[in-house]
Ligand binder design. Structure first.
Ligand code: G1P
Length: 899
């Protein structure tokens, strides 16, 4: 990590001349809705949602030609004008020359500071950006210091262009929407209240006010203002060469009003003379609100630099505390790196999968699989609200086992599909159990399976293949019974529907159909004949584990039967002849989904848990054996692995074609994770993956080999350049799941390699060119792409905690079973993790004095302070739930001696 250096143990890092690297941006957001991206020169954008952008929306490619930055100028009497944020025509010209100014970026969770000094102007500046917790606003604090030997008379000017409308209008009606602007100048700043929110499908009255206000560090109001682009840049000027600043033009005063213009929060402060060594501070606030009184309040709350400093400190502490997991290995950079990885799931909760420069798709909200996987990290960091979240999310499942795909702004509110396209992602039914299982393990609350929840209902029926003409919006989006009552079924019933309907939805090879796509969104062109072996394995694993958990439920609750909807009974059929009969399976599913096209009967039947588990085991066993027999492919020589897919011609995708070996990682991951692959097969898969997919320089295991074909009978991914995104990049999410699967199966060295290569590549700034964190993928040149908002982060964190440190719940007990390799201990053989579990804080400390490798050590002693009931179960130390539950808010240190 040549260029990026960590400064502490909280992830704070620093980078010199950060503007010399492309595509860098930091998320700055809060829980009041503000979502911003801030580049080293304070470009990027800022918004609340798709229709409420404070600054002009930017994609990654706009970052290097973006003029819409949060600029702050200093007009220096007798010398010239300096952009203290480094966003001027002059700074750009000087970049990479000897004239380039010195600058250093320092950043942490949701804040960045850039210091810059100019010999020419004899000044230095320190600019900090962050989002206070209390308002949908950003604060930019600027401190200017006279570094020269003579007095300097300066006139500071803040300039933040105010876009103030929907992202949709970035090109569509950009000019017309500026005509809606009503701009007012107040004593502190510029407010823009557009008359309406422009939408040709139905314009709406607008209530939002966008504002930029400023004051000096003592709370004094500015001198005058440049509230429009015309006034600020002047005829022929530009944002990096603004005539108002360069010519020190007079602005307009409070009370000024303009209509139908592009707006700027252009704020000129009083002239001030700084003696050598003297500094002066200014504050700029950029925000949006539907309550005009709030603007006064904001200005008062952050009026002086002392107030701003206090709020900054509070904000920094808040986000640090939110990430309540700390890691200790022999590698301090890695431990710091993990702080950022652990912060990422929080970012994705806030930003969804939209709203950062690389994430220029979607309009906010999160997809179904992302939602469930983000919950994994939440369960580790902030489990208190998760139970309700899980229950609410199950309300998105339809009676046919499919689900609404987008979760709106509010928990429990669903949208069938973002673009009104009827499609079914065949993997969606898989994820909820995974998350629910972790919830049960961490909390012991297995009874959640019996909790009743409603179902989602809309026009889509029969797993997206038909329309329910009887349904209309008056019916509502909750499933009803023939008696017009809302139908509630247990969480378990929802899970059975998701996994059993998938079991029957097979294609020509008796493998579950790919439908719209699976985890790999870019396998979206094989709707008719495509099949996903990868997720057939995954569902098989679910059916088996669901049965395991049902047995545990029986034991814990003493119940021998569960209730399911009468219509569903047929899904439990388990004659051997049915399993091999593709048509019979398809017909059975059709019959069932037709039965619940509109209303369900509402009648339930009791099924013995024994019978149910037998049915689930028998299905899972059959699927796994079938895949082991039929889908084991090879390269024509020594390497073998699992085929992952069938294409839209019904052809097997992987194996050797002419001289081209085609291998995909996804099938291997789920074959291993589900237990479909036997020991020998896992070994063989690892060797094949090392031969065909591993590329250390690219960051680790690639998602697939190069097919050298625009394979449009499988998906759009083959249209992407090879080595990019879903076409063969090192796609972090799948690589981490591969590692996770390997750890679960006891292949520790192999799992470590997959995990560590990702971290090493990300931390190698010279190649990855990203701030610390795990990116969605590394591109063909090794650059980290799509920073921050990736499901890979949740999985990375989960794997490090529950597998590598081996600290995890098991029906509420805390199990300790380290799988650290020797490199993960420090020189004295120490390693540890600090986390929350069941309302208490745990510091788990490992001591491996001889620095033995995994496999050579075992737990020889374990003791907690204060004391807890700990027993050994084979290689694991287990702390009982009852013992942990005796306290809440307690803090335990558990010392584990490894010998
Ligand atoms: C993204 C999507 C995820 C999808 C994946 C592969 O991954 O968010 O739902 O499964 O692409 O197409 P992420 O950015 O979360 O790593």
């Amino acid at each position: 990590m040549a260029a990026v250096r960590f400064l502490d143990k909280d992830g704070t890092f620093t980078l010199d001349k950060a503007e010399n690297y492309s595509y860098l941006y930091l998320p700055v957001a809060n829980e009041k809705g503000l979502k911003a991206a801030v580049t080293p020169d304070f470009g990027g954008d800022s918004k609340v949602d798709q229709n409420t952008f404070l600054m002009e929306p930017v994609s990654a490619e706009n970052l290097h030609n973006n003029r819409s930055t949060r600029n702050f100028w200093c007009q220096i009497k007798g010398i010239g004008s300096w952009s203290v944020t480094g966003a001027s025509a002059e700074a750009e010209l000087n970049r990479f020359t000897e004239e380039q100014e010195e600058s250093t970026l320092t950043a942490g969770f949701m804040w960045q500071t850039v210091t810059r000094s100019s010999e020419k102007y004899g000044l230095s500046a320190k600019v900090t950006s962050f989002a206070p917790l209390a308002h949908a606003a950003e604060i930019m604090q600027v401190e200017i210091c006279n570094e020269s030997k003579a007095a300097r008379t300066i006139t500071p000017v803040a300039a933040v262009p105010i876009y103030g409308r929907s992202a949709d209008n970035i090109r569509d009606h950009r000019h017309v929407t500026s005509l809606l602007h009503r701009i007012t100048v107040t004593t502190n700043g510029v407010c823009v209240r557009p008359t309406m929110s422009f939408d040709e499908r139905g314009h709406k009255k607008n209530e939002m006010v966008y504002y930029v206000c400023g004051m000096d560090g003592e709370g004094n109001s500015p001198r005058d203002f440049y509230p429009t682009v015309d006034l600020f840049i002047g005829e022929g000027g530009s944002f990096t060469h603004p005539r108002a600043v360069l010519e020190n033009r007079d602005g307009v005063k409070a009370g000024y009003h303009a209509e139908g213009k592009e707006a700027v929060g252009g704020i000129r402060f009083e002239e001030s003379t700084l003696q050598p060594g003297e500094a002066k501070t200014y504050t700029v606030i950029i925000g949006v609100t539907d309550d005009t009184d709030e603007i006064q309040k904001v200005a008062a709350d952050y009026a002086t630099s002392a107030q701003v400093n206090k709020v900054l400190q509070k904000t920094q502490n808040y986000w640090q505390k939110k990430v309540n997991v700390k890691y200790y290995t022999g590698n301090e950079d890695f431990d710091n790196y993990m702080r950022w990885v652990s912060f990422q799931p929080i970012l994705r909760r806030i930003y969804g999968c939209s709203f950062l420069p690389h994430h220029d798709y979607g309009k906010g909200g999160r997809g179904w699989r992302d939602l469930w996987q983000d919950c994994l990290a939440l369960l580790l960091m902030n489990p208190s609200g998760v139970r309700q979240m899980i229950l609410d999310n199950y309300g998105g499942v339809r009676m046919d086992g499919s689900n609404a795909t987008i979760i709106g702004e509010k928990q429990g509110v669903f949208i069938a599909d973002r673009n009104h396209i009827t499609r079914v992602w065949m993997d969606h039914g898989f994820w909820p159990f995974l998350t629910t299982k972790l919830y049960i393990d961490q909390t012991g609350d297995i009874e959640i399976l019996l909790k009743k929840v409603s179902y989602f209902k809309d026009r889509q029926v029969e797993r997206g293949t038909a329309i329910d003409e009887e349904w209309d919006s008056a019916y509502g989006e909750i499933q009803k019974t023939e008696d017009n009552a809302v139908y509630y079924g247990s969480v378990l019933e929802h899970l059975l529907l998701q996994n059993l309907c998938a079991f029957y939805e097979v294609g020509d090879h008796n493998i579950i159909r790919l439908r719209g796509a699976d985890w790999n969104d870019a396998l979206d062109m094989a709707e008719e004949k495509g099949e996903s072996v990868a997720f057939t394995c995954a569902y098989a694993g679910n059916l088996r584990q669901l049965a395991d958990y049902l047995k545990a439920l029986e034991k814990q609750c003493g119940c021998t039967e569960i209730e399911i909807l009468e219509e569903m009974q047929m899904l439990l059929s388990d004659e051997d002849t049915l399993y091999t009969d593709i048509q019979a399976k398809q017909e059975l599913l059709k019959t069932y989904t037709k039965k619940c096209r509109h209303n369900v009967s509402g009648r339930t039947v009791a099924v013995a848990i024994d019978e149910l588990t037998e049915s689930l085991y028998s299905k899972a066993d059959w699927m796994m054996e079938y895949i082991r027999q039929k889908e084991w492919v090879n390269d024509g020589a020594d390497h073998a692995w699992f085929n992952s897919y069938y294409d839209n011609h019904g052809n097997r995708v992987e194996g050797k074609y002419d001289n081209n070996v085609r291998m995909m990682l996804t099938g291997q991951v789920f074959a291993i994770m589900s237990g479909t692959a036997d020991e020998k097969q896992v070994q063989a898969v690892c060797e094949s993956a090392d031969t065909y997919l591993y590329d250390k320089d690219a960051g680790g295991y690639r998602l697939n080999t190069n097919f050298h074909e625009n394979k449009f009978d499988l998906g759009r991914m083959f249209g992407f350049a090879y080595g990019e995104k879903e076409n063969g990049a090192v796609f972090s999410h799948m690589t981490v799941m591969y590692a996770n699967a390997l750890y679960q199966r006891g292949f520790i060295r192999e799992g470590y390699k997959a995990l560590q290569t990702l971290a090493d590549t990300a931390l190698d700034f010279d190649t990855s060119r990203i701030y610390p964190g795990i990116p969605e993928y590394f591109n063909a040149e090794g650059r980290g792409m799509y920073a921050y908002l990736t499901g890979a982060a949740s999985w990375y964190m989960l794997t490090i905690i529950t597998e590598v440190f081996g600290v995890k719940g098991s029906f509420g007990d805390l199990v300790i079973e380290p799988k650290l390799v020797k490199e993960q201990f420090d020189d004295d053989g120490n390693a540890g993790v600090h986390l929350e579990f069941a309302g208490n804080t745990f510091v788990i400390r490992y001591h491996n004095a001889e620095k033995k490798d995994y496999g050579a050590y075992q737990i020889s002693e374990v003791a907690a302070m204060p004391e807890l009931d700990i027993r050994m179960e084979g290689k694991k130390a287990v702390i009982s739930k009852t013992s942990i539950e005796k306290s809440n808010g307690g803090c335990y240190t558990v010392n584990v001696i490894l010998k």
